[in-house]
Design a binder for this molecule. Structure first.
Ligand SMILES: *Cc1c(COP(=O)(O)O)cnc(C)c1O
Length: 369
């Protein structure tokens, strides 16, 4: 079975984890600090705060941004539910903005129409690793005094204009996930990057119960926090994986190019494109079929051949929970058309050209039948 995504773990990763296991410190300690420094340096941000996963990273980012009951947040329906679930968790209301039909990212030209007196933030998601139009989003945010938090879970290693995603050059914070299918893994894990010291201090506190050491050295709790800490075991894996990140992205790019070469003759499907001036992390390789029925048939054929595919994403508001909580009448036409016809093909660093060729052969055969 070829999965749609998979981690890449080598001997060095294993050795680094074993070293921590044999040390005195297993929970959050020196390795977490080292991972944070290296992550911030890679992305070009001042600060990074490592946490237990991408979802807790989103939760903390929304909390320090001050999002709460009555606030509205403009975001994309083409994302993993965690992006908006955590808005609901802090009492804020996700407002869905339709997507662009080229990158499947939030359509920045449709954001301003959705701004009301209650709007407090914009949360763009760099879908599949392709950067959103951050300059335009930042301009809209400044004009309307809104906070920008990037859900960059797909985009570690991606570039937008001259900066890395995670530099926060065009935003207040950026959030990453290190789940095994993402650019690098720490098993479970996540991080928030920022250039803002106030946010940084707040994140550090909220990550660990809202407790800090006062001048006398006693532990005091001043706000309601959580235990969202990452362990040193995970951070050591993260540090080791970070060394391979550029190789991972290069490999994903090469494989994406091979897919495009192999599938360019199949006129029935739409292939993904990279926008000029950006460099994708190629988290996902997405093809689109002509209609939903064709997608089901193709998915089935590939499954029969042991090829795993995914449908990323059904519009967030189409989930029963959202339908039952006020979103039954929401319509984002482009996003719906996209989710009816998208198909995510396998793409990960350990995939080889021969496997890509074989997957493409099955797709070609499906269309010439
Ligand atoms: C993976 C992902 C998350 C959640 O990350 P976890 O580490 O699995 O909690 C959030 N948003 C997006 C877009 C993701 O892809």
């Amino acid at each position: 079975m070829i999965p749609y995504g998979h981690q890449y773990i080598d001997k060095n990763d294993i050795n680094e984890v074993v070293k921590v296991l044999c040390s005195d410190w297993l929970t959050q300690g020196p390795k977490v600090l080292e991972f944070e420094k290296k992550l911030a340096r890679y992305c070009g941000s001042k600060y990074a705060v490592a946490v237990s996963n991408g979802t807790s990273a989103l939760h903390l980012a929304y909390l320090v941004a001050g999002l709460s009951k009555g606030d509205e947040v403009i975001t994309t329906p083409n994302t993993f539910v965690a992006t908006t679930n955590m808005m609901l968790a802090v009492g804020a209301k996700p407002v869905f903005c339709d997507i662009r039909s080229d990158t499947y990212n939030i359509d920045e030209s449709k954001i301003e129409k959705l701004i009301t007196k209650k709007t407090k933030a914009i949360v763009p998601v760099h879908f599949a690793g392709h950067a959103c139009e951050m300059f335009k989003i930042q301009t809209i945010a400044k004009r309307n005094k809104l906070i920008v938090i990037e859900d960059a879970c797909h985009a570690l290693g991606a570039r937008y204009k001259t900066s890395k995603i995670g530099s926060c050059k065009y935003s207040d914070m950026a959030v990453f996930s290190f789940h095994p299918v993402k650019s690098i893994t720490t098993a479970e894990g996540g991080a928030i990057l920022t250039n803002n010291k106030k946010y940084y201090d707040g994140l550090i506190s909220l990550r660990s119960h809202g407790i800090y050491k006062d001048e006398k050295g006693s532990n005091v709790m001043t706000e309601l926090g959580y235990n969202y800490r990452m362990t040193d075991i995970q951070a050591s894996l993260g540090i080791s994986q970070l060394k391979k990140l550029n190789y991972f992205i290069r490999t994903r790019r090469k494989l994406a190019k091979e897919y495009k070469k192999q599938l360019s003759s199949v006129s029935e499907i739409i292939l993904p494109n990279e926008t000029i001036g950006s460099s994708s992390a190629w988290h996902l390789f997405i093809i689109r079929t002509r209609n939903k029925k064709e997608r089901s048939a193709l998915l089935q054929i590939l499954r029969n051949h042991g090829i795993g595919t995914q449908i990323h994403y059904p519009t967030v508001y189409s989930h029963p929970y959202y339908k039952e909580h006020g979103y039954a009448k929401v319509r984002c036409k482009i996003s719906e058309a996209y989710s009816d016809t998208c198909l995510i093909l396998p793409l990960y660093p350990a995939l080889i050209n021969k496997e890509v060729k074989s997957i493409c052969d099955k797709i070609k055969r499906f269309y010439v039948k």
